[in-house]
Design a protein around this ligand. Structure first.
Ligand SMILES: [Zn+2]
Ligand SMILES: [Zn+2]
Length: 450
């Protein structure tokens, strides 16, 4: 087995499909993805690239009406010579566009049965549907992204709408991600911006995870943070070039997103890519689904707003001393049941999630002050300042305020103060609420600053 040392330059691509000992957490990690390829005219090379990755010749190409036009038809054409190709094009059912909704599963399952592999041609929706079906049929899935819009191409989870609830299910990761730089560079700008904003969650998610691990003793590994940082440095302050569709910057963004997905495989959970900032976005999705309405904006754009909230919270926390932390924690009493009444008939689902982290929340006054200096050193050091985040997002022309994505002040207030209740994961939102910091964020909202 290959040994990696802490100061080695980490080339994660050399670690695909092999076990290695981690210098950070000292555990063994395994990334089952065999190939991550990005290049010009990659589409023409698909038959060659997958020749050793797929046994058998029957391939289902999964796309929707848009992604089929963008690349699905060309994939079909290049594969037809060597493979028996079946295209499946999804059309919206009762919504403006196709979502990763369970109602699409029966037709995909029916077509994918007796196939040797699924090639997904699309972004988040198609990727999640394809990964889920391939996993249930125990056949490999290969992703051909049409947009650098999120990190699901390499992750080991699929987010699906089941009933009116979005659930994240563990699935086998893709066998390969083959990216044609020309195609993803021509993706709708909002999808490129969404990918960029989603990737900014990394620093905050890892910081949240580190804090949670210090408080609860759950496992933590710094490798996920490390691997994505190098790619991130190549695009994070180049939002202006990103929206000009600069292929080099878009390629780096795609790399950052793919490493974000891989970081979740390494961690065995979504923690290194999803913290409190994601709860804000999940809350907005949940609200829309409960109302039977369409989502407010692309996942990443909503996450970008969440990142702004998290950055404000970290900014306020990092100047506090452990004495002040103790003082703030002892002065606030929250009536959780009263807060959760907001969720109406869905209280049981929410309450079940929130109860998972209640033991650690109850112990905060005892644990947090004594761990505060360590948290500052090991978690706060990972995040960007609020001003940096605003600069990064502005340069990439991403939404900066709730209003920009159609969320009114009242709902924004609930998103800030209630998002913590919808998941059992402990995040910075919990600490901020327990210390009364969220009230200060809400003040900013009422002043029209966020
Ligand atoms: Zn590790
Ligand atoms: Zn995300």
């Amino acid at each position: 087995m290959w040994e990696m040392r802490i100061h080695d330059k980490i080339d994660i691509y050399s670690l695909l499909d092999r076990k290695f000992n981690c210098p950070f957490c000292e555990k063994e990690h395994y990334i089952p993805i065999k190939l991550i390829f990005i290049g010009k005219d990659a589409i023409s090379r698909i038959p060659y690239l997958i020749s050793t990755l797929v046994r058998g010749k029957r391939i289902l190409i999964l796309s929707d009406e848009i992604t089929y036009r963008v690349a699905g038809n060309k994939c079909e054409e290049v594969l037809r010579e060597d493979y028996q190709v079946t295209p499946l094009i999804l059309y919206p059912k009762g919504t403006k566009r196709v979502y990763a909704d369970e109602k699409y599963l029966p037709e995909i399952l029916a077509k994918a049965k007796n196939k040797d592999a699924i090639l997904t041609v699309g972004a988040g929706t198609i990727t999640d549907l394809g990964k889920y079906v391939a996993d249930s049929l125990k056949i490999p899935v290969i992703c051909f992204p049409t947009a650098p819009s999120m990190n699901a191409y390499t992750s080991g989870v699929a987010a699906l709408l089941m009933g009116r609830l979005k659930v994240t299910l563990p699935v086998q990761p893709t066998r390969a991600v083959i990216t044609d730089i020309t195609i993803i560079s021509q993706a709708p700008l909002d999808l490129i911006k969404a990918g960029f904003a989603d990737s900014l969650a990394k620093a905050f998610a890892n910081a949240d995870w580190r804090i949670s691990s210090l408080l609860t003793g759950e496992a933590f590994c710094l490798l996920p943070f490390k691997i994505a940082t190098e790619a991130e440095n190549k695009y994070i302050d180049k939002g202006d070039e990103l929206v000009q569709r600069d292929e080099r910057v878009i390629s780096s963004l795609m790399e950052g997103l793919n490493l974000g997905g891989i970081s979740m495989i390494i961690a065995g959970k979504s923690s290194p890519a999803s913290g409190g900032e994601h709860l804000i976005s999940h809350f907005l999705d949940m609200y829309a689904h409960f109302k039977g309405a369409e989502i407010f904006a692309y996942h990443g754009l909503q996450v970008g707003i969440g990142v702004i909230i998290s950055s404000l919270i970290y900014e306020k926390l990092k100047v506090l001393s452990s004495r002040e932390v103790r003082h703030l924690l002892s002065h606030r009493k929250i009536d959780y049941d009263k807060e959760m009444k907001f969720f109406g008939e869905h209280v049981p689902i929410v309450s079940k999630e929130f109860t998972k982290k209640l033991p650690v929340i109850k112990r905060l006054p005892e644990l947090l002050p004594s761990l505060w200096d360590r948290i500052k050193e090991e978690a706060f050091s990972l995040v960007y300042t609020h001003q940096q985040i605003v600069e990064f997002l502005s340069k990439a022309e991403c939404p900066l305020r709730f209003d920009d994505i159609g969320v009114n002040e009242e709902l924004a207030y609930h998103a800030i103060t209630k998002a913590r209740y919808i998941r059992g994961r402990f995040t910075i939102l919990d600490i901020a609420d327990e210390m009364g910091i969220l009230d200060e964020i809400v003040d900013k909202l009422h002043k029209g600053e966020i």
